[in-house]
Design a protein around this ligand. Structure first.
Ligand SMILES: Cc1cc2nc3c(=O)[nH]c(=O)nc-3n(C[C@H](O)[C@H](O)[C@H](O)COP(=O)(O)O)c2cc1C
Length: 480
């Protein structure tokens, strides 16, 4: 990237930039970055360098967040303690985690760090005054309190905590803390005697009852010579990690370490090289289950018949045409911890598949003799050696849904059946919604769990949640 030397700019532009950056309390370089950003986004105020800059007293709205949003944002309140210098590092640590930071300095904090340093590091305007006409024309303190995902107070002084515990709002920091509906994380820092003082103890206990979260303080040496004890502010890296845990809680991955085999879609059974027997299965339900199992942390192998769907992210997909190819691939994938057979496998195939395209002849229609296809679900459910510990079949029925599904469960030897009504009126085949009944064995009885109408994605998530619960309950051993 080319760098820009401000000194080489025309005097008029320099004057404009100096005035504009002073008015916005940014460095000139930062102001140039903002102008370029605005220009690129096409939302800039007209860049007329020789026109008089707006008067310094005119109201400047707080910058709106725009463009590609960073993943998370924090309002960082810096209190007036020696540890305020560590907050400069905290800004950097948050930003390197792609967390946008807007800073508020208390009056006392400005004795320890300057707004200029904070704004240079945060690349944002710094807020210091509750009665600032530039940001309060539209209740800026309310926006600072709410236009963020988390408020971090570092250092949280004894004074700030006392104000919070008692609901004071006589400066910008305490007003934001009272007006927020966001989570608040405090990083207290003070002399050990202040920390252990009965008043501070009461305030901390009250704040914890109010749902405020604390990190630290740590134990160690104090700034005051010869003093040590509990009261040191947590290190910037610890505070940033705690903030990140609150902003981006770890996603549960209940199927981590499990290998899941899924079949989906229809099969195509060839009549001759150009014709085939098929069914109306779209593969959407099986693909949704594959995506949900992958999101739950499983290693997923999807064996799919011909469908018009893109391969789900992070899933190994094996594309097949016929039932026999599907069985072959399924057997090759084993061992697996969980096998879900959602494919609509054709029951029959043409016995005498034509090697050449069948011709219309005066002899009339060629006889199509059908033979039974392998039963993939039953084959795998009845394996003795490589049978996955949990085998789930799908029953697509157009009548006597539950009864047929119950007898399928017994006949096929699988553990669960997901039964769905695929009669044309339901629109399930090829559609986006599904109404299913989960049929399983419980204490020697057959249990039927009927779910409400859901999207196929919701059915998939619900099914994966049931599988995850069963995995935890039974603690499935990985297939060997
Ligand atoms: C040199 C110095 C260091 C201070 N360090 C701390 C401190 O670490 N923690 C604390 O709670 N107060 C400390 N104080 C006292 C606060 O600055 C004081 O209570 C102030 O009113 C806090 O204002 P604030 O809570 O609005 O930031 C210190 C004061 C001075 C003069």
């Amino acid at each position: 990237m080319a760098s820009l030397t401000i000194r080489k700019l025309d005097e008029g532009i320099k004057t404009y930039l100096r005035l504009r950056s002073a008015r916005n309390r940014r460095s000139v370089e930062e102001e140039v970055r903002v102008i370029l950003g605005e220009l690129i986004e096409g939302r800039e105020e007209p860049l007329t360098p020789f026109a008089a800059p707006p008067a310094a007293s005119s109201s400047t709205p707080m910058p709106q967040r725009s463009g590609a949003l960073p993943e998370a944002s924090v309002t960082l309140i810096i209190g007036g303690g020696i540890a305020a210098y560590k907050s400069l590092d905290l800004i950097r640590r948050l930003k390197e985690r792609r967390i946008e930071v807007r800073c508020v300095l208390t009056k006392a904090a400005q004795q320890f760090v300057t707004p200029l340093a904070v704004s240079a590091l945060s690349h944002e305007r710094v807020y210091t005054d509750l009665f600032d006409p530039q940001s309060e024309f539209d209740a800026g303190h309310i926006r600072l309190a709410r236009e963020c995902d988390l408020i971090v107070v570092a250092p949280a002084t004894a004074d700030l905590m006392a104000k919070m515990a008692n609901g004071h709002a006589d400066d910008l920091a305490s007003a934001i803390l009272l007006a927020t509906n966001r989570k608040v994380l405090l990083a207290p820092a003070m002399n050990p005697l202040m920390w252990n003082n009965a008043a501070t103890r009461r305030n901390v206990a009250q704040l914890q009852r109010d749902g405020v979260m604390l990190i630290g303080p740590n134990s160690g040496e104090m700034a005051e010579a010869g003093e040590a004890g509990i009261g040191r502010m947590s290190e910037a890296i610890e505070i940033a990690a705690a903030a990140e845990r609150l902003l981006r809680p770890p996603v549960p991955r209940p199927l981590a370490g499990k290998r899941v085999l899924i079949t989906a879609g229809p099969t195509h059974e060839p009549i001759d090289p150009v014709r085939y027997i098929a069914n109306r299965s779209s593969g959407k339900q099986g693909f949704a289950i594959a995506a949900a199992a992958q999101a739950a942390g499983a290693e997923v192998i999807l064996v799919s018949g011909p469908v018009d769907l893109g391969d789900p992210h992070g899933v190994t997909v094996k594309h097949v045409e016929s039932a026999r190819q599907m069985l072959e691939q399924v057997q090759a994938v084993l061992p697996a911890d969980i096998a879900i057979f959602a494919a609509a496998v054709a029951d029959w195939r043409v016995a005498n598949e034509g090697e050449q395209k069948l011709k219309k002849t005066s002899a009339g229609m060629p006889p199509l003799q059908l033979v039974e296809n392998p039963d993939i679900l039953a084959t795998i459910a009845k394996l003795t050696d490589k049978r996955p510990p949990l085998v789930i079949g799908f029953a697509a029925e157009t009548e006597h849904l539950i009864d047929n599904a119950k007898s399928k469960l017994a006949r096929k030897g699988c553990d669960w059946i997901v039964a769905n009504d695929v009669s044309p009126a339901t629109g399930v085949m090829g559609g986006d919604r599904n109404t299913v009944h989960l049929i399983s064995r419980k204490d020697g009885e057959i249990a039927v769990d009927s779910w409400p109408v859901m999207t196929k994605e919701q059915v998939a998530i619900e099914l994966v949640a049931h599988i995850a619960k069963s995995v935890t309950d039974k603690s499935l051993e990985p297939a060997s």
